[in-house]
Design a protein around this ligand. Structure first.
Ligand SMILES: [Fe+2]
Length: 429
């Protein structure tokens, strides 16, 4: 009887807890003006927020806890700026944040980004150069293998202050999973991705894991969703199956981000998913791309540069892979020829090769990090155009310098130690 009061103890405790919680100040509904980001695990880095990279960018970062995140920015040399809460998406136990930043007319190209957490304040982000400004960009494929060569190439791109990095496929090995991105991609490019916008397409290694269906790709990157194969029918749904036949049907939203285009000043970039099967290429991708290139020319693009993974011509390890590469020659080569493409960038073969055919410069730039493959320079199969330059000994990337008037494009292949392996200059037609 002495301890009978113990029977009511839980009720008493519950009442006290309830009273305390009711008396606690409620969480503010509106965000505080201070800059908070939670605990950042990846980023921040810049990505496209539309098809004109001189005007709109996304800032993307990842945190390991769900927390209201806000960043602020100011345009250098002016009183303009803004502040925004991030859009958050949970993924694989982390949270992806993104904030779109638009550059108002007349504003400078550089913003100071203010964030809390582990990121130093004063981080600068630059919009890409407009017409009338010099523009340096890079291309390098077959990259995320976790090698010293990959790291050296990344450092060279950073040192050369490239503003855009095209990645013509095989972004991470072996199958494009989230863990592989965190092991073989982010640690190598985290500095570069703050100053350069990465614009990749999928290679045969990227979408093959059945479990992810290209999910990490769609979350690490924010390519513009301007794919619309049937503009008059409003039809996005396709039943395409990838050429490797391992991942099942392609979801409409997924397809949207696999083929896209964007502009930087005088240059129009067309990004194609060559892992699609021939029917998808013929019936959907090529008709869309034709309309896209027509529109680019009407808008005054002086240069059209296309990238996709599988090279139509190669003297490397895939020189005899006739079926798949024949499909590319049947579908994408006529598209490039008729659409006014001046430069085609490919990977797949892990080396550097430069060829020219019908006024198009075909560059295999697959020496970005994965194990290198030999080039057989005297190979003549499958209508190979003459080999104008090549290297299979060192990791490297392709660097482009567009003159401010948009008339000349200098192309150079830069080795992992900074040496210029090859160079040629093109003039706008
Ligand atoms: Fe590869």
């Amino acid at each position: 009887m002495k301890y009978r009061w113990l029977a009511v103890l839980p009720v008493v405790i519950a009442a006290v807890v309830m009273a305390v919680s009711l008396s606690e100040p409620k969480q503010a509904v509106t965000p505080k003006p201070d800059v908070r980001t939670g605990s950042i695990v990846v980023g921040p880095y810049v990505q496209p927020a539309g098809t004109d990279l001189t005007r709109s960018l996304n800032v993307v970062w990842w945190s390991d806890e769900l927390k209201e995140s806000r960043i602020a920015w100011s345009f250098e040399g002016s009183s303009r700026g803004g502040t925004s809460l991030s859009v958050q998406e949970p993924y694989e136990g982390w949270y992806r944040h993104s904030v779109r930043i638009d550059r108002p007319k007349g504003a400078g190209d550089t913003i100071q980004l203010l964030m809390g957490g582990k990121v130093p304040t004063g981080l600068k982000i630059r919009f890409l150069p407009e017409r009338g400004e010099a523009f340096r960009f890079a291309a390098t494929g077959d990259i995320g293998a976790g090698t010293d060569g990959q790291r050296a190439v990344a450092e060279q791109m950073l040192k050369n202050d490239v503003r855009l990095v095209l990645v013509p496929g095989d972004i991470v090995y072996g199958s494009g999973t989230w863990n592989e991105y965190n092991r073989n991609f982010h640690p190598y490019y985290k500095d570069l991705m703050r100053s350069a916008v990465f614009a990749p397409v999928l290679g045969n290694h990227d979408p093959v894991a059945k479990s992810n269906m290209g999910g990490p790709y769609r979350r690490v990157f924010t390519p513009p969703a301007n794919w619309n194969p049937y503009p008059n029918e409003g039809r996005y749904v396709i039943e395409g199956v990838r050429a490797n036949n391992t991942s099942g049907p392609v979801l409409p939203t997924e397809e949207t981000l696999r083929n896209y285009s964007f502009d930087v000043g005088y240059v129009h970039f067309l990004c194609i998913d060559s892992t699609a099967d021939k029917a998808t290429l013929e019936k959907l991708i090529v008709p869309w791309a034709k309309l896209d290139l027509e529109s680019a020319k009407q808008h005054g693009a002086k240069w059209i540069i296309a990238q996709w993974h599988h090279p139509p011509y190669t003297r490397g390890a895939y020189r005899d892979n006739s079926r798949q590469l024949q499909e590319i020659r049947d579908t994408l080569v006529p598209l490039a020829r008729e659409g006014g493409v001046r430069v085609v960038l490919n990977g797949h073969d892990h080396n550097y090769q430069h060829m020219e055919k019908d006024g198009i410069h075909y560059i295999v730039t697959g020496a970005g990090g994965a194990k290198l493959y030999d080039v057989k320079p005297d190979y003549t199969g499958y209508g190979q155009p003459p080999l104008l330059g090549w290297n299979d000994k060192v990791h490297s990337f392709t660097m482009f310098d567009l003159s401010p008037d948009g008339k000349t494009l200098k192309v150079a292949q830069i080795a992992q130690d900074g040496t210029e392996l090859d160079t040629f200059t093109l003039t706008a037609s």
